[in-house]
Design a protein around this ligand. Structure first.
Ligand SMILES: [Fe+2]
Length: 427
């Protein structure tokens, strides 16, 4: 009988063309990571979206939905949201349907409830910038990340080198499908979230955002969004280049201020992490972004953001704790041991999960910098209130460590006084 199935499949490749590709999991709500999961995939043809899932492969529920057509991707996007799930629990699933084929059997694990004080381990990385020559090392870095078994991957953009192409049919040397192929056995079970990089926008905003399914903001899109996981709050922004900004009063600024005010006043939230692509503290191949020093950076100080992750420059750079609420570029703590009661933010460029290296350029704000292929593990011990940051190269050699300790000191500070804007030139 199985011989007949193989034979039929060989004769009918059009049937296989509707099989799921680019399967991945994420959350598309700010507050429902513990009880939901979005299973997303693409097909070439219009076909039913169906997910079979359960606590075991023999215990299966089914959710069926309709796909939506993405004009920029020229694909049917399928996103099925599973609800009423049990927190912090592994489920088995597959997606597709009987007619067109199923994805490989996989699993996912729901998030911690908001306010949980269980420990959290996640990975920050950026700039895979995948193209044909980089497939091997992008895959190798991904394999090292996967070996850490993070609860989620928090990415700082520049996913493919050429974000304007979906498939090899469009451009064989770099495309979105190439990245999904390299990451397919990771993002099928570990939630992936990214801020927007300049290369991601080569096909326009909708081509980037149509690839993924993240929370919708007040403007009705997922170009900037936030997710709660346990007692941690994750914010992704769209600051893509050295002159980009979210000026005071802009939609993104207003959304960010509201989001940070809510998260910082929520007693269930202890840790706040932000990701955006173009760094205010790193001058390498790309100049530092000084525009954000007087727009969103003071908000980070005011509302007690713990870490900001950036990319764009293909290096690793951890700063001293920097404050911009009172005046710009104030050094508050040298590190590598930071205390959250000291105002300011540690900025980390983690921008080489596959991309070619850029040169390092230590500056007054720099605590540590190097440029290997790498990823950054953030390991939160909520019993002691200590976050351990550990940066590893592709051989899993530890090359930077730091800590952030929470104590009873203040973590929220007054808004910035209305002093005149003072922009320091980049070096
Ligand atoms: Fe970039």
């Amino acid at each position: 009988m199985s011989g007949h199935i193989v034979f039929a499949a060989c004769l009918l490749p059009v049937v296989l063309s509707a099989a799921p590709i680019n399967v991945h999991v994420s959350w598309n709500g700010r507050d429902d990571a513990a009880s939901t999961m979005v299973i997303a995939w693409q097909t070439l043809n219009n076909t039913t979206s169906k997910v079979e899932y359960g606590l075991s492969t023999n215990d299966s529920d089914t959710v069926t939905a309709a796909p939506s057509y993405s004009t920029p991707c020229q694909r049917y996007n399928h996103a099925v949201k599973l609800t009423n799930l049990t927190a912090n629990t592994q489920y088995h699933y597959r997606c597709g349907n009987e007619t067109d084929g199923w994805s490989a059997a996989s699993t996912f694990t729901t998030g911690l409830p908001i306010g949980s004080t269980d420990d959290i381990l996640f990975v920050a990385a950026g700039d895979t910038r995948i193209d044909t020559p980089k497939i091997g090392r992008v895959t190798n870095v991904k394999n090292r990340i996967a070996a850490r078994n993070p609860r989620l991957l928090f990415f700082s953009g520049d996913i493919p080198r050429e974000g304007g192409y979906q498939s090899a049919d469009d451009y064989a040397d770099s495309n979105w499908d190439m990245w999904f192929e390299a990451y397919s056995n990771f993002v099928d079970h570990i939630p992936f979230f990214s801020s927007t990089g300049n290369h991601d926008l080569y096909g326009g905003t909708s081509m980037f955002t149509d690839q993924f399914h993240w929370p919708t903001n007040a403007q009705g899109n997922d170009r900037w969004y936030s997710v709660n996981f346990g007692n941690a709050h994750f914010i992704a922004l769209e600051i893509t280049g050295s002159t980009s900004d979210a000026p005071v009063g802009s939609d993104q600024y207003n959304w960010l201020q509201t989001d940070l005010a809510q998260a910082s006043s929520d007693t269930n939230i202890l840790w706040i992490f932000v990701s955006f692509h173009a760094p205010p503290y790193c001058a390498s191949y790309h100049s530092r972004n000084v525009n954000v020093l007087s727009s969103i950076c003071p908000l980070f100080d005011q509302y007690g953001v713990d870490l900001v992750f950036n990319g764009h420059n293909h290096i690793y750079e951890r700063t001293k704790k920097m404050r911009n609420r009172v005046s710009q570029d104030e050094i508050m703590e040298a590190g590598p041991s930071y205390n959250s009661s000291v105002e300011g933010v540690v900025y980390i460029v983690t921008g080489r999960a596959g991309a070619n290296s850029h040169s390092t350029n230590p500056s007054a704000w720099t605590a540590f910098t190097d440029n290997p292929l790498h990823y950054l593990v953030l390991d939160i011990d909520n019993t002691t209130g200590v976050l351990y940051g550990r940066a590893y190269d592709i051989d899993d050699t530890l090359f930077d460590t730091f800590t952030i300790t929470k104590n009873d000191g203040p973590d929220v500070f007054p808004p910035r006084a209305p002093v005149g804007i003072r922009i320091l030139p980049g070096p």
